[in-house]
Every structure is written in C-alpha cells, then in structure tokens.
Ligand binder design. Structure first.
Ligand code: ATP
Ligand code: MG
Ligand code: MG
Ligand code: MG
Length: 489
C-alpha cells in the first residue's frame, strides 16, 4: 500500500508535467563540455547551459529524474541514514519563467496532497533575509515557528561570481524513535538552530549532522542575483528556479523505514547480497555497514560503466576504480574473498532497467568490466597478504605481540591494505597493531595530500603501486576541482 520508488518518481514527474513542464530523461553521468565537474552530482548540473543562456532550452519549464554521483559523501555512506554516493535526484526547473510564488505552493502541494506527508511533521528553512520566501510559506499554511532562518553558509547558493541566490529546504521530522543523538535540543530542530542557545547549551553545528531525525529531502534554489567581481548582488531580470529532491529520501519518509538502504528497490539489492554471503541484515552493526556500503557502491558502479566509464588511474576512471575496490574490500570484511560484485550488478540492472533503458543489453559487458577490476584488486591484496605473513613470522620469532604503526601503514599505503583487514588477520593470530602510531602516520599523509591539493587521501592508497600513486597525483587536478564544487552544491 505504501508508494514504491517507481511510483514516487512517476508522481513527481507527472505532477510537474501537469504544471506545464517538459519531462526529459536523465542525462549521462558524464558531463558534457564541463571541465569543472567530473561526474554529474545534481539535477541542475547537466542543465547549466540553459541557466547561463549559452543554449536555448526546449521548454522554459523542465522536469527530470537525474542519476547522480557524489563521492565527497563516500565516508558517510552506510553510516548516516541518508547518504549514498549514487542516488536519483528529482527536479523541476524554470529558465527565466516562474519563480518563488509558483514553486513554493507547488512544493507544498506535492508534498502534502500527492505524497500526503502530514503537515505537522514538516519544517522549512529559508535564507535569513528572504522575506519573500517567508511570506509565501506562511501563506501556504506553514506555522511561523517551523520556518527556520539560516545564514549564508546553509541557505545561500553561490560559486564565486555569476548567478546565485537564496534557497529554501524542506525537512521531515521522523520523530524521536529515529533520533540517534539523544540530546535534549534534538527535540528542537537540531542542526538547524545553529549557534543558538537551546537548553542552556550552544548547539554545536556538528553534533547532529548524522542524527537524521530531521531529514532534509528537498532543496529549492532561487537564482535571482548575478554576483559581479566587486561583490555586488545585481538582481537578474529573469530569475531561475532549480530544485532537487532525493528520490531515496522521499521513499524513506513515505515507506517509514530507517534508511535509504531499506526502501524497496535498494532493499532488494541488499537482500540479494546478504543472501549471497549468508549474513542476515540487522544482526551485527559492523557487518551491516559493509552490506550498506556494497549496496550503495554497486549501484554507482553499474551506472557508471553503463554510461561508458572504465576503471583507470585518472579522472572518472579512477573514481570508478576506487569505488569498485572499496566495495570489494567490504566484501572481504564479510568473508567474500573471490570476485562477487560482477554477479550483484545483475540485480541492479533488473531493478532499474524499466526506468533506465541504457542498462538494457549491457549486462554482459558491465559484468566483464567489474570482474576484471575485482581480479586486479585481488592480486594486489594477495601481495599484501604475503608481506603480512612475513611480519607475523617476525613477530613470532621475536616473541612480540604488537605490529608497529609503520609496518601497518606500509601495508596500507603501498599495498592498499586497509587497517581493519590487517587488524582482523593479526587478531586471529593473537596479535594487535599500534593504531595510535598508524593514525599519526595517516594524519601526516593526509596533511601532505592536502598540501598537494588532493581531496581524499585515504582512497588514493588503494592504488596498485607507489609509482602509479605518484603519477595519479600529478594528473589529478580536475578531481580536486570536482570535490570542491560538489561541496558547495
Ligand atoms: P545533506 O545536507 O543531507 O548532505 P545536501 O544539502 O548536500 O544534503 P543538496 O545539495 O541540497 O543536498 O541536494 C538536493 C537533495 O538531494 C537533498 O535535499 C537530498 O534529498 C538529495 N541528496 C543530496 N545528497 C544526497 C546523497 N548523498 N544521497 C542521497 N540523496 C542526496
Ligand atoms: Mg551533502
Ligand atoms: Mg543539506
Ligand atoms: Mg541541501
């Protein structure tokens, strides 16, 4: 009886069609003529030429469901309820056509009348100076105390100079049962009431980032200014609208489940994986994280390959490589030492091919690409295992019980051997690792990486050899730009 992901997607697109929008299919994950972005990370990204006026849109109102990849969220995947590296973003766009007084009532209508979310669970954020948005939210019936004003950092969208403007976001209160932080002020709109005092405590903006009781599901961006070099915000004669709603997040709310991994389509993929490994979801928290990570990554992997990306040591290919290897590593944590991802992609294709025709007839190809990369990774891991065996021999010889941080770090850095794997293998033999020293070396490496302007040092070391690592470092300026931009969006 609860709406499925396919139904939620369809309802969104047909709702905006009924408001005069042209429905376009998802664009490829590979950006066209856009050097600033490695992979499409929002519904708006492939439409940029229409927003800047470089190209004429086929219609002034467009609606899409866009496949997105956000690697900057990778560390949060499996840990928060709401983040995937792969997700679908529903959006409606106005190229100099309608503006706030249309889009806000439509957003409210879709949310409360079509998706039927209870009004008293909805919270709104606006940019603190956006009186216009405040008034319109009041008019549709949102009580004043559930419209939260936030500063530039949270509710103003801009990248350098050019088109920019305030935004307004919709949040859903999932209730105390979903509040993980347990802080008293979480009962307020925690994480939103930044810097304010609640219950005699100043709310720390970081405390509740991962609590997920209040779930952000829709962002409405009002592009109404053109910022010039001097820093002036000049009103645009024809302002634009750009919105993004996470399909998986709306499904979490409507289906009333804990996380995006439990909504229908994604649950089917995760169930498939847990059957394969013979591990039941919900019995061991750390194994659950691995199940969720694999479930997320295999979706991104399948879609990236179907859009023509191949694993390599640079650019998009490197993003794909590290996602495959990260998933393979989590497979190992679950006891899967043989290639397995190439089998799981079939399930992803089955689940999505009705919506994404590009997956059709590609399953053999996608499987082959994944399998080859899994085999390469297995060979790297094999090297590391041999070295670790030598270390174990030495520990036995000397009668020591702790592996030094240096050695563990060498395994990690040179052979792509994750610390948790080293720890696990040593623990089986009664040894441990000097984790403090390891973490210190890790921290130093991250510092160095930052100095080299590399965004995510921890994943670089998954690469095959030091030599390639060094090569990638110098080739990879575009990647850093990508990470930087994704943060702003
Ligand atoms: P969050 O603060 O939760 O990280 P965000 O503010 O970065 O989200 P936006 O850039 O505003 O997200 O993107 C618009 C919408 O896309 C969000 O409201 C959310 O529904 C969805 N979304 C964003 N990032 C993700 C993700 N990593 N996984 C799933 N959905 C996402
Ligand atoms: Mg985010
Ligand atoms: Mg946000
Ligand atoms: Mg947002």
């Amino acid at each position: 009886e609860k709406l499925s992901m396919n139904e939620i997607r369809e309802l969104y697109l047909s709702f905006f069609e009924s408001k005069g929008h042209l429905r376009l299919p998802s664009f490829s994950l590979i950006p066209k003529n856009d050097k600033s972005l490695l992979l499409i990370n929002s519904g708006m990204a492939p439409l940029k030429p229409y927003f800047t006026g470089k190209e004429t849109p086929p219609c002034k109102r467009v609606t899409t469901c866009q496949k997105c990849i956000r690697t900057p969220d990778i560390e949060r995947v499996g840990k928060t309820a709401r983040h995937g590296t792969f997700f679908e973003m529903l959006g409606n766009f106005s190229f100099g056509d309608y503006f706030k007084k249309e889009v806000i009532p439509w957003a409210w209508e879709l949310t409360t009348k079509v998706y039927k979310l209870p009004e008293d669970r909805l919270w709104i954020t606006i940019y603190e100076e956006d009186e216009e948005a405040f008034e319109i939210w009041r008019q549709v019936g949102v009580p004043e105390d559930r419209i939260i004003r936030r500063g530039k950092e949270d509710n103003f969208w801009e990248i350098g100079t050019g088109p920019c403007g305030p935004c307004s976001e919709l949040y859903y209160d999932r209730g105390e049962k979903r509040g993980k932080c347990g802080k008293a002020h979480c009962h307020m709109f925690h994480g939103i009431v930044r810097g304010k005092e609640v219950d005699n405590e100043v709310v720390d903006e970081n405390i509740c980032e991962d609590c997920d009781r209040f779930l952000e599901f829709w962002n409405l961006v009002f592009t109404q200014y053109d910022k010039d070099e001097a820093g002036n915000y000049n009103p645009l004669p024809n302002p634009n609208i750009d919105t993004g709603m996470g399909l998986e997040r709306m499904a979490v709310i409507i289906q009333d489940v804990e996380s995006i991994f439990e909504v229908d389509i994604i649950k089917a993929i995760m169930d498939h994986i847990s059957d394969m490994v013979g591990i039941k979801y919900g019995e061991d928290p750390s194994k659950d994280v691995s199940l969720r990570v694999i479930t997320d990554h295999i979706r991104g992997i399948t879609f990236m390959i179907s859009d023509g990306i191949l694993p390599s040591n640079e650019g998009r290919g490197y993003v794909l490589r590290r996602i495959i290897r990260r998933a393979a590593r989590h497979g190992r944590l679950l006891g899967l030492n043989e290639p397995f991802l190439f089998k799981v992609c079939q399930k992803v294709i089955e689940q999505y091919r009705g919506t994404y025709k590009e997956l059709e007839n590609k399953s053999d190809y996608i499987k082959r690409v994944i399998k080859r990369e899994e085999e390469r990774f297995a060979a790297t891991i094999e090297q590391g295992l041999n070295i670790l065996d030598q270390y174990v021999d030495e520990l036995l010889q000397h009668g020591y019980s702790v592996l030094s941080g240096e050695k563990a770090f060498k395994l990690y850095d040179t052979y792509g051997f994750p610390l948790d794997l080293t720890k696990e293998i040593l623990a089986e033999k009664g040894f441990s690792v000097d984790e403090e020293a390891f973490n210190e070396l890790m921290r130093e490496q991250k510092e160095r990486a930052r100095a080299h302007a590399i965004a995510d040092a921890s994943l670089w070391s998954l690469d095959d050899t030091k030599e390639q690592f060094a090569k990638v470092k110098t080739q990879f300026v575009g990647y850093e730009q990508y990470e930087a931009e994704a943060k702003v969006l």
